[in-house]
Design a protein around this ligand. Structure first.
Ligand code: UD1
Ligand code: MG
Length: 471
């Protein structure tokens, strides 16, 4: 049987007042991705290609997020005033096109739905030739949810918490807010919704009783309650974020990644890790990070949108952002790689070294206490302790080039723009203000003077001065 195309319909107009935040609720991030994107990504993984997002609060921001994601082709339905979930669907229905036959309705604030579960629900719906399939869950404490009436596997009516009587409130099978339903069904029953006498809202849930009365086949499909957890406040955001973390870390462990303490690692959704990578405690891997085979991340390392090459070692408490580290290179401990840092194969960055927009060639070393900005360093260069590129004159940034095989001694400042030539030698303690030709030795420091026997004289002089002060 050829599967029909299914379109997502994501309800995301609500304000999310309890988040106490300026940001529209569905744009809050869990594991580095917005709640809305989690939902769209699950739909995409379940084989859905397009859909509609009902947008209300924070319309422009939500639309920008829709435009920037690549999971699903989505268009907006603008619900200017939020008059209930039924009204949201009526607004979306204005957008339906004739070739869209089947819709999966979801809430934009439920990021834990799994694609596999959605697929299974879709298969179930098609197999049963259901008119509407309702995602349900059974909860010990069903407070707040719509209670689902009807025989096992079926739904005949949903009673909202606010409308339920004492007996109905005892029902533990509740509406999870996920529906698979045909356009024909929606177009037939949505216009028949009537505002609740209690709240004035139009309830989407009323399409169940309307359909059931008209003899429609309405099945229920049971979800693990964890998958239907919604986010309404910061506590729930933290809770879903934690669950997403756990899922991601366990998925990476199945791919052969070794986490020494999986409970104490932060991993965002858009991260890729290859096998045999070892991750020590308190590491944070942010979106866009790629880690190749066999790399080792020591404790406290933070990687943001950074690529780590095969077998590279990032030592404790290093912070890397928009950076690239080549194969078998070593970085840290306590290193900072800022955007545009590009460390070559087998290169070494030691402690208290900061790099910005700097390319370091294969096998080169910056082992201690240095700053390199707007620099290009060739291969097999040795940069001593305490080297500084003086790249900023208060107005503009200037470039420094260091040629292959150069040796730069300790405590050297290079006042950019300039070039330190290949195989040249820069003496320690130099302030270099002019380019150094290839193969040259540059010394730019005051010549040393030794005064024989002067140390004792100097000590006596200081002691005498101190005695005088104490009188
Ligand atoms: C809804 C269901 C309830 C179910 C619960 C599951 C109704 C009437 N009730 O209740 O049976 O148990 O979800 O989580 O549907 N929204 C709009 N426009 C609106 C109103 C809401 O887009 O005018 C969006 C919200 O942003 C949210 C979703 O629809 O993403 C659900 O709305 P919400 O107010 O959370 O409904 P519940 O009271 O939780
Ligand atoms: Mg809700």
């Amino acid at each position: 049987m050829k599967k029909p195309q299914i379109h997502a319909l994501v309800l995301s107009a609500g304000k999310g007042t309890r988040m106490k935040s300026e940001l529209p609720k569905v744009l809050h991030k869990a594991a580095g991705r917005s709640l809305l994107n989690h939902v769209l990504s699950a739909c995409a993984d379940a084989g859905i290609e397009s859909g509609i997002v009902v947008v209300g609060h924070g319309r422009d921001q939500v639309k920008a997020e829709m435009a920037s994601q690549q999971f699903l082709a989505v268009r907006e339905a603008w619900q200017e005033q939020q008059l209930g979930t039924g009204h949201a669907l009526q607004v979306a229905a204005n957008q339906f096109s004739k070739d869209e036959a089947l819709f999966l309705i979801l809430n934009g604030d439920g990021p834990l739905l799994r694609a596999d579960t959605l697929r299974a629900m879709i298969d179930f719906h098609l197999q049963k030739k259901s008119d509407l399939t309702l995602g349900v869950m059974t909860l010990e404490n069903p407070t707040g949810y719509g209670r689902v009436m009807g025989a096992k596997d079926r739904a005949s009516r949903i009673v909202e918490e606010k409308e339920a009587n004492a007996k109905e409130k005892k029902i533990t099978r509740v509406n999870g807010g996920v529906y698979l339903v045909s356009r024909a069904y929606l177009e037939k029953f949505l216009p028949k919704l009537k505002p609740s006498k209690r709240t004035g809202e139009l309830y989407l849930t009323d399409i169940i009783s309307l359909g059931a009365k008209a003899g429609k086949k309405i099945f229920t499909y049971s979800f693990d309650p964890e998958e239907l957890l919604g986010v309404n406040d910061q506590g729930q955001l933290a809770q879903v974020s934690k669950i997403l973390q756990r899922r991601l870390i366990h998925a990476w462990m199945r791919e052969g990644i070794c986490f020494l303490d999986p409970e104490r690692v932060y991993v965002e959704a858009d991260v890729r890790i290859e096998s045999d990578v070892v991750v020590e405690p308190n590491v944070a891997l942010h979106a866009g990070t790629r880690i190749a085979k066999g790399a080792h991340l020591e404790a406290g390392v933070i990687l943001k949108n950074t690529s780590i090459g095969e077998g590279a070692e990032i030592k404790a408490y290093s912070h890397l952002e928009d950076a690239v580290v080549g194969a078998n290179a070593s970085v840290g401990p306590f290193a900072r790689l800022r955007p545009g840092a590009d460390i070559g194969e087998d290169a070494k960055i030691g402690n208290f070294v900061e790099l910005k927009k700097t390319k370091l060639g294969k096998g080169s070393k910056v082992s201690h206490l240095s700053y390199l900005g707007d620099a290009t360093v060739g291969v097999d260069v040795n940069i001593g302790c305490g080297f500084i590129t003086c790249n900023y004159d208060g107005v503009s940034k200037h470039e420094t080039k260091v040629g292959d095989g150069a040796f730069v001694g300790s405590d050297v400042q290079a006042v950019a723009p300039l070039e330190i030539g290949a195989n040249s030698y820069v003496a320690s303690g130099s302030t270099i203000t002019r380019s150094v030709p290839a193969g040259a030795l540059a010394i730019a420091r005051v010549k040393q003077e030794n005064k024989e026997g002067y140390a004792d004289r100097l000590r006596r002089k200081h002691a005498a001065a101190k005695q005088k002060d104490n009188k």
